[in-house]
Design a protein around this ligand. Structure first.
Ligand code: CP
Ligand code: NVA
Length: 306
């Protein structure tokens, strides 16, 4: 995928429809072992927030490509002690082939990208989580054969996950319905961007009505009610978010063949019941596995495998 070589992935809409299709195809080929790709490169991980799936799946994906990984824990590197991002970015650029960053402000990620020539990957910011969306789309494709015309309902906080789902759905023809409490809707500019991308291809809806949003949906998706960095707000949000909990009662409104997704980590009894996450319709473990295949395909594409 020469067109992706050297590019950054700062947000989902940095990819176009054809590029997402190609990455998902490559991910399927890597998962089925139909294809093996080797590129002896070095990936840096600079994570300012906790991570299990993203950290481990990126690491294993890079090992599978024959590459190496350096964990640049901000507590152990100078950037965590105030060295400017502009300086750190220019130095890391000289050592690494590619860098995945998990941080708070999207602007910090953009600064890294402005000062480093190597591909910079958004491994989650407060605004977006594009790598998660690649795995989510791959999982929906595996379950239903295609994305076009299917409906994914996301319930809960209009956060980074909601933003990336809106854009990823719009780019691939997957209808996206977001049900969020008043005041917790996704950013209007992202909703507008998703609607503009989707055009007539897919439906982009934001509502406060959880039941109407789930009606007939093929995918029921949720995420934590308080994201990393918002922990102190978690308890006060619980009563407000309760109508958006993924539970058996709500799932009765979905398509009988519906699947349940969650990017994880999950808080059982809050955004999803224990029964729902362990339900036979749940695909959360396949979804988590697909992080590795999708990111292996992404890394290979950005590194320009031949
Ligand atoms: N879904 C996800 O990004 O998980 P981690 O926070 O464990 O990386
Ligand atoms: N919205 C969550 C996603 C975790 C993968 C967070 O940002 O903490």
């Amino acid at each position: 995928m020469k067109q992706l070589k050297g590019r950054d992935l700062l947000g989902t809409a940095d990819l176009n429809t054809a590029e997402i299709t190609d990455i998902l195809k490559l991910a399927r080929q890597l998962k089925s072992k139909e294809l093996e790709i080797k590129c002896n490169k070095v990936l840096g991980l600079l994570f300012y927030k906790a991570s299990t799936r993203t950290r481990v799946s990126f690491t294993v994906a890079m090992y599978r490509l024959g590459g190496q990984v350096i964990d640049l824990n901000p507590n152990l590197t100078q950037v965590g002690r105030g060295e400017p991002i502009e300086d750190t970015a220019r130095v890391l650029d000289r050592y690494l082939d590619i860098l995945a960053i998990r941080t708070f402000a999207q602007q910090d990620l953009a600064t890294f990208a402005n000062y480093a020539q190597i591909p910079i990957i958004n491994a989650l910011t407060d605004l977006e989580h594009p790598c998660q969306i690649l795995a989510d789309l791959m999982t929906v494709q595996e379950c239903f054969g295609s994305l076009q015309g299917k409906t994914l309902t996301y319930l809960g906080d209009g956060n980074n996950m909601a933003h990336s789902l809106l854009l990823g759905g719009a780019l691939t023809g997957l209808n996206i319905r977001i049900a969020a409490p008043q005041g917790y809707e996704p950013k209007p500019e992202i909703v507008k961007q998703a609607q503009a991308i989707a055009g007539d291809r897919s439906e982009i809806v934001v509502t406060q009505d959880a039941i109407a949003a789930v009606e007939g949906a093929q995918v029921v998706y949720t995420d934590v009610w308080a994201s990393m960095g918002q922990e102190e707000l978690a308890n006060q949000r619980i009563p407000l978010f309760q109508p958006y909990q993924v539970n058996q009662q709500l799932l009765e409104h979905a398509d009988p063949e519906a699947i349940i997704l969650h990017c994880l980590p999950a808080h059982r009894g809050e955004e999803i019941t224990a029964e729902a996450i362990e339900d036979e319709r749940s695909r959360v473990w396949e979804q988590a596995e697909n992080r590795m295949h999708a990111q292996q395909a992404l890394l290979a594409s950005l590194l320009g495998w031949e």
